[in-house]
Design a binder for this molecule. Sequence first.
Ligand code: TLP
Length: 345
Amino acid sequence: MIDLRSDTVTKPTAAMRQAMAEAEVGDDVYREDPTVNLLEQRAAEIAGKEASLFVPTGTMGNTIALKLLTGHGQEVICDSRAHILDWELSMLAWFSGCLARPVATDDGVLTWDRIKAHLRPFGPHNAPTAAIELENTHNMAGGRVYPQHVIDEICDEAHSLGLAVHMDGARVFNAEAASGRAVREIARNVDTIMFCLSKALGAPVGSMLAGPRSLIDKGRLLRKRLGGGMRQAGVLAAAGLIALEEGPRALQTDHANAGFIAKRLSEMEGIRVNPVETNIVIFDVSATGLTPRDISIALKASGVLMNGVNEQLMRAVTHHDVSHADCATAMDNLEEVLSRRLLHQ
Ligand code: TLP
């Protein structure tokens, strides 16, 4: 199967499996796992923050960050297609007691101008804004990268009003590869950043939450509350360390493959492709006369996995475990599915 459903599907490399087998471990709830400690130190360095916390998932990292940065009954401003809003089972409401205040954008990129109209001041009728959440790269906007000056302006303005900024950087290494700017630069002004080891970087499990030490220390307790105290987690952290060192090197290839997919799609009748900057291709199939579901089913029968996002849009995500040749086959098969549809008209 050629699996373009997500970059979450990558399998650990041989080097990761070996490191996992050989990992030195201890009880991480007692902070005695040397491999987890090393990973947390390395991730903090890469993010340019004082400390970091190893969490099992990106969802848990975002959930802890937003709990740390908000109070019960406040609001968090995010883009209207943000992962925290649409794909995290309302954890912001469930765990932090906050409302997400979505701001519609064409490209997934919030700007201070767009944000400021949605700020809710403290007052008798308002739940006040506590924080702003930026998703970089933006998944549902097609792997969109935030321009650095936009991030910096949002952080400066937010901080001047006493508001915090969290970056959902699940794929921030893709932003690094696309922009040539190091993660620590991208994240220099945000209060907290979450990034995933288990997406484009290829680790089997895990994400990191980085920020000031005082916040990360409190975050450790929230992680335990959420059931994320993982004991001998060094076996996972060992794969994470390799993902951090080796994963970023492969991302240019993933981006080139996504660009290739976008080009092939743009040549197919009835398909409209969003601009592609990184490893995610979002495209509209509504003018083909087929639904994303029809296409997914037909593609699966041809050996290609690709999912719909909604009734019009589909998503193809490139990653370590799909080659250029796999992408070419997937596009050939899609062309075949679409031409069969023409025959039946
Ligand atoms: N995204 C997954 C699905 O949940 C949609 C995917 O296949 O892309 N932030 C962003 C921007 C994400 O894309 C994801 C996962 C997460 C957070 C959550 O990470 P996990 O799955 O580790 O909880």
